[in-house]
Design a protein. Structure first.
Length: 275
């Protein structure tokens, strides 16, 4: 349960890689803050409570229970809040080496080419991705579609709506560039609309559509759809509650953590100290 906000400062020592500038390597994400009960399932099979100052790498899975959350900062400067009742896999996390003395708040763009792929098994993510370099990607994948974040504040949410008997994927673009990639069949028209709802079409091909700034899209699949049971069987094991939840919304925390002492480091530098 949510009981404590933990303030802290992370100081990092920068290093210059001996690898070529084009070499991609495993990047990292650092845990800025944990509230409540959040569990880390490591790529090596280990399991334990997530703590402020922990380093996350490719292959780790994070699960936040009810009234819990975690804030992360990635080595490319992107920030992410894992909301309550959420399970997310860090599927791919790579970045070319770089040298920088800027804190993540000071970065206006990722300091080197980076590849980030998060698999949102269930729940909600809030984030801020800085402007990406050419060749960089930041993707949030779900069973109903993928959000390709080009540089913006955003949210991606996959929930089961017990009232409607539907799974819903909602992608919100607050101020930048986001594409939605899914099977929705046909063109999505945002003209004069703040929010658009479309049905997931299991028989259509994969489509890509931009989401304008300050707009959101919800993709739904109902219990009567033949693909619903397959989706539920994949998702149910990732719901971090004992019962299938309804549609519970809590006030969203700030998207941008306030900790100017956090310094972005090149992926090969793993030295971290906590005050």
């Amino acid at each position: 349960m949510k009981t404590l906000r933990i303030p802290f400062t992370i100081l990092c020592v920068l290093a210059i890689s001996a690898l070529s500038a084009n070499a991609a390597q495993l990047a990292t994400a650092k845990v800025l803050e944990v509230m409540g009960t959040v569990t880390k399932y490591a790529a090596n099979g280990g399991k334990g409570p997530l703590k402020a100052g922990d380093i996350l790498t490719q292959g780790d899975e994070i699960s936040a229970s009810a009234l819990s959350s975690a804030k992360l900062v990635f080595s490319n400067g992107s920030e992410l809040t894992i909301e309550e009742n959420t399970s997310v896999d860090i599927t791919k996390l790579e970045q070319a080496s770089f040298s920088s003395s800027q804190s993540y708040e000071q970065l206006q763009a990722d300091p080197s080419k980076s590849q980030t792929l998060l698999n949102l098994n269930y729940g909600k993510l809030n984030g801020h991705v800085k402007k990406l370099q050419s060749g960089s990607t930041f993707m949030v994948e779900t069973q109903l579609g993928t959000a390709a974040i080009r540089g913006t504040q955003f949210s991606v949410e996959l929930r089961y709506n017990a009232t409607r008997g539907e799974f819903e994927l909602t992608v919100n673009n607050f101020d930048g560039l986001v594409d939605i990639i899914s099977q929705f069949g046909g063109k999505i028209d945002f003209s004069g609309k703040q929010a658009v709802d479309v049905g997931y079409d299991n028989n259509s091909g994969q489509e890509t559509s931009p989401i304008p700034a300050q707009r959101k899209i919800t993709i739904r699949i109902s219990r009567g759809d033949p693909a619903f049971d397959a989706l539920f069987s994949l998702v149910k094991n990732y719901i971090p509650t004992e019962q299938t939840p309804g549609w519970i919304q809590l006030p969203a925390p700030e998207i941008t953590p306030e900790d100017p002492g956090v310094t972005i480091v090149s992926p090969e530098d793993q030295n971290v100290a906590i005050d």
